[in-house]
Design a protein. Structure first.
Length: 217
Protein backbone atom coordinates (compact mmCIF):
# COMPACT_ATOMS: atom_id res chain seq x y z
CA UNK A 1 0.00 0.00 0.00
CA UNK A 2 2.85 2.38 0.78
CA UNK A 3 4.44 1.72 -2.59
CA UNK A 4 1.18 2.26 -4.44
CA UNK A 5 0.61 5.48 -2.50
CA UNK A 6 4.05 6.80 -3.46
CA UNK A 7 3.46 5.85 -7.09
CA UNK A 8 0.12 7.68 -7.12
CA UNK A 9 1.58 10.76 -5.43
CA UNK A 10 4.63 11.08 -7.66
CA UNK A 11 2.57 10.39 -10.77
CA UNK A 12 0.18 13.16 -9.74
CA UNK A 13 3.08 15.56 -9.20
CA UNK A 14 4.53 14.64 -12.58
CA UNK A 15 1.18 15.24 -14.23
CA UNK A 16 0.81 18.60 -12.50
CA UNK A 17 4.23 19.77 -13.68
CA UNK A 18 3.48 18.60 -17.23
CA UNK A 19 0.26 20.60 -17.17
CA UNK A 20 2.08 23.67 -15.85
CA UNK A 21 4.72 23.39 -18.57
CA UNK A 22 2.10 22.92 -21.27
CA UNK A 23 -0.05 25.85 -20.11
CA UNK A 24 2.80 28.10 -18.97
CA UNK A 25 1.28 28.58 -15.52
CA UNK A 26 1.90 27.28 -11.98
CA UNK A 27 5.47 26.19 -11.39
CA UNK A 28 6.40 27.23 -14.94
CA UNK A 29 6.45 30.87 -13.82
CA UNK A 30 9.63 30.03 -11.89
CA UNK A 31 11.62 29.18 -15.01
CA UNK A 32 12.63 32.62 -16.23
CA UNK A 33 13.31 34.20 -12.78
CA UNK A 34 15.41 31.23 -11.61
CA UNK A 35 17.38 31.18 -14.86
CA UNK A 36 18.14 34.90 -14.53
CA UNK A 37 19.04 34.54 -10.84
CA UNK A 38 21.46 31.70 -11.53
CA UNK A 39 23.06 33.37 -14.55
CA UNK A 40 23.82 36.50 -12.51
CA UNK A 41 25.64 34.51 -9.83
CA UNK A 42 27.84 32.12 -11.79
CA UNK A 43 31.53 31.97 -10.98
CA UNK A 44 34.35 30.20 -12.76
CA UNK A 45 35.02 27.83 -9.87
CA UNK A 46 31.37 26.95 -9.30
CA UNK A 47 30.81 26.44 -13.01
CA UNK A 48 33.69 23.94 -13.08
CA UNK A 49 32.22 22.09 -10.09
CA UNK A 50 28.72 21.98 -11.54
CA UNK A 51 30.11 20.85 -14.88
CA UNK A 52 31.82 17.95 -13.13
CA UNK A 53 28.66 17.06 -11.23
CA UNK A 54 26.63 17.14 -14.44
CA UNK A 55 29.14 14.92 -16.25
CA UNK A 56 29.36 12.43 -13.39
CA UNK A 57 25.57 12.40 -13.02
CA UNK A 58 24.84 11.92 -16.71
CA UNK A 59 22.46 9.14 -17.78
CA UNK A 60 25.22 7.04 -19.37
CA UNK A 61 27.51 7.25 -16.34
CA UNK A 62 24.66 6.58 -13.91
CA UNK A 63 23.50 3.65 -16.02
CA UNK A 64 26.95 2.07 -15.82
CA UNK A 65 27.29 2.75 -12.08
CA UNK A 66 23.80 1.45 -11.32
CA UNK A 67 24.32 -1.70 -13.36
CA UNK A 68 27.68 -2.36 -11.68
CA UNK A 69 26.20 -1.79 -8.23
CA UNK A 70 23.32 -4.14 -9.03
CA UNK A 71 25.69 -6.88 -10.16
CA UNK A 72 27.86 -6.42 -7.07
CA UNK A 73 24.86 -6.66 -4.75
CA UNK A 74 23.65 -9.71 -6.65
CA UNK A 75 27.02 -11.42 -6.14
CA UNK A 76 27.22 -10.49 -2.46
CA UNK A 77 23.67 -11.66 -1.75
CA UNK A 78 23.85 -14.63 -4.12
CA UNK A 79 20.62 -13.58 -5.78
CA UNK A 80 20.09 -12.06 -9.21
CA UNK A 81 17.30 -9.78 -7.99
CA UNK A 82 19.41 -6.65 -7.39
CA UNK A 83 20.95 -6.89 -10.86
CA UNK A 84 17.52 -7.24 -12.46
CA UNK A 85 16.14 -4.32 -10.44
CA UNK A 86 19.08 -2.13 -11.45
CA UNK A 87 18.69 -3.01 -15.11
CA UNK A 88 14.94 -2.34 -15.11
CA UNK A 89 15.50 0.96 -13.31
CA UNK A 90 17.97 2.29 -15.84
CA UNK A 91 16.29 0.91 -18.95
CA UNK A 92 12.83 2.02 -17.95
CA UNK A 93 13.74 5.53 -16.81
CA UNK A 94 15.87 6.16 -19.89
CA UNK A 95 13.33 4.85 -22.40
CA UNK A 96 10.33 6.57 -20.83
CA UNK A 97 12.20 9.86 -20.58
CA UNK A 98 12.93 9.71 -24.31
CA UNK A 99 9.23 9.11 -24.98
CA UNK A 100 8.23 12.07 -22.80
CA UNK A 101 10.73 14.35 -24.52
CA UNK A 102 9.45 13.49 -27.98
CA UNK A 103 5.80 13.74 -26.94
CA UNK A 104 6.14 17.19 -25.34
CA UNK A 105 8.86 18.62 -27.58
CA UNK A 106 9.78 21.41 -25.18
CA UNK A 107 12.71 23.59 -26.32
CA UNK A 108 15.70 24.07 -24.06
CA UNK A 109 16.63 27.48 -22.62
CA UNK A 110 18.34 29.88 -25.07
CA UNK A 111 21.90 28.80 -25.84
CA UNK A 112 23.13 32.33 -25.14
CA UNK A 113 22.47 31.80 -21.45
CA UNK A 114 24.06 28.34 -21.21
CA UNK A 115 27.61 27.50 -20.16
CA UNK A 116 27.46 23.87 -21.35
CA UNK A 117 26.45 22.06 -24.51
CA UNK A 118 23.19 20.12 -24.75
CA UNK A 119 20.90 18.94 -27.51
CA UNK A 120 17.46 17.45 -27.85
CA UNK A 121 14.29 18.46 -26.07
CA UNK A 122 14.19 19.77 -22.52
CA UNK A 123 11.34 18.14 -20.58
CA UNK A 124 11.91 16.14 -18.50
CA UNK A 125 15.58 16.41 -17.64
CA UNK A 126 17.14 13.01 -18.33
CA UNK A 127 19.83 13.74 -15.74
CA UNK A 128 17.24 14.45 -13.04
CA UNK A 129 15.01 11.53 -14.01
CA UNK A 130 17.70 8.87 -14.10
CA UNK A 131 19.36 10.24 -10.95
CA UNK A 132 16.12 10.09 -8.97
CA UNK A 133 15.31 6.60 -10.22
CA UNK A 134 18.82 5.14 -9.92
CA UNK A 135 19.76 6.64 -6.56
CA UNK A 136 16.32 5.82 -5.18
CA UNK A 137 16.47 2.15 -6.11
CA UNK A 138 20.11 1.78 -5.07
CA UNK A 139 19.34 3.39 -1.72
CA UNK A 140 16.51 0.92 -1.20
CA UNK A 141 18.63 -2.08 -2.14
CA UNK A 142 21.53 -0.97 0.07
CA UNK A 143 19.36 0.09 3.02
CA UNK A 144 17.57 -3.26 2.97
CA UNK A 145 20.79 -4.93 4.11
CA UNK A 146 21.46 -2.50 6.97
CA UNK A 147 20.31 -3.11 10.52
CA UNK A 148 20.88 0.37 11.91
CA UNK A 149 18.15 2.96 11.37
CA UNK A 150 20.82 5.65 11.40
CA UNK A 151 22.68 3.92 8.58
CA UNK A 152 19.47 3.54 6.59
CA UNK A 153 18.61 7.21 7.07
CA UNK A 154 22.14 8.19 6.01
CA UNK A 155 21.82 6.05 2.88
CA UNK A 156 18.54 7.66 1.88
CA UNK A 157 19.88 11.10 2.76
CA UNK A 158 22.92 10.61 0.55
CA UNK A 159 20.71 9.44 -2.32
CA UNK A 160 18.46 12.50 -1.97
CA UNK A 161 21.43 14.87 -1.80
CA UNK A 162 23.07 13.39 -4.92
CA UNK A 163 19.79 13.49 -6.82
CA UNK A 164 19.27 17.14 -5.86
CA UNK A 165 22.82 18.09 -6.80
CA UNK A 166 22.60 16.53 -10.26
CA UNK A 167 19.35 18.34 -11.01
CA UNK A 168 20.58 21.67 -9.70
CA UNK A 169 23.70 21.41 -11.85
CA UNK A 170 21.56 21.27 -15.00
CA UNK A 171 19.72 24.47 -14.10
CA UNK A 172 22.97 26.16 -13.11
CA UNK A 173 24.59 25.31 -16.44
CA UNK A 174 21.61 26.81 -18.26
CA UNK A 175 20.68 23.69 -20.23
CA UNK A 176 17.37 23.06 -18.46
CA UNK A 177 14.51 25.04 -17.03
CA UNK A 178 13.61 24.55 -13.37
CA UNK A 179 10.42 22.70 -14.29
CA UNK A 180 12.42 20.29 -16.47
CA UNK A 181 14.28 19.23 -13.35
CA UNK A 182 11.22 19.22 -11.08
CA UNK A 183 9.38 17.03 -13.57
CA UNK A 184 12.42 14.78 -13.90
CA UNK A 185 12.69 14.33 -10.15
CA UNK A 186 9.00 13.49 -9.83
CA UNK A 187 9.01 11.08 -12.76
CA UNK A 188 12.23 9.41 -11.63
CA UNK A 189 10.85 8.97 -8.12
CA UNK A 190 7.67 7.50 -9.59
CA UNK A 191 9.62 4.96 -11.63
CA UNK A 192 11.79 4.10 -8.62
CA UNK A 193 8.62 3.47 -6.61
CA UNK A 194 7.31 1.21 -9.37
CA UNK A 195 10.53 -0.83 -9.39
CA UNK A 196 10.75 -1.00 -5.59
CA UNK A 197 7.10 -2.02 -5.24
CA UNK A 198 7.53 -4.71 -7.88
CA UNK A 199 10.73 -5.91 -6.21
CA UNK A 200 9.04 -6.11 -2.80
CA UNK A 201 6.02 -7.99 -4.16
CA UNK A 202 8.23 -10.48 -6.00
CA UNK A 203 10.45 -11.02 -2.96
CA UNK A 204 7.48 -11.66 -0.71
CA UNK A 205 5.96 -14.09 -3.18
CA UNK A 206 9.26 -15.96 -3.46
CA UNK A 207 9.58 -16.08 0.33
CA UNK A 208 6.03 -17.38 0.69
CA UNK A 209 6.76 -20.10 -1.85
CA UNK A 210 9.67 -21.32 0.26
CA UNK A 211 7.64 -21.61 3.48
CA UNK A 212 6.83 -25.15 4.63
CA UNK A 213 3.36 -26.24 3.63
CA UNK A 214 3.01 -23.74 0.78
CA UNK A 215 1.58 -25.29 -2.31
CA UNK A 216 3.56 -25.01 -5.52
CA UNK A 217 1.77 -24.40 -8.79
Amino acid sequence: MLGLSVIALTAAVTGAVVEDVTDGHGTAVLDQPVAAFVAARRTGALTAVMGGVSAAGGPVVLAAVTAAAGVLLAVLRRHRGPAVAAAVTVAGSTALTAVFKQALGRPRPPLAGAVAAADGYAFPSAHATVAAAAFGVLAYLCAAGLRSWAARAATWGAAAALTALVGISRVYLGVHWTTDVLGGWAFGACWAAVVITGWTAAARRAAAGRLPGCARR
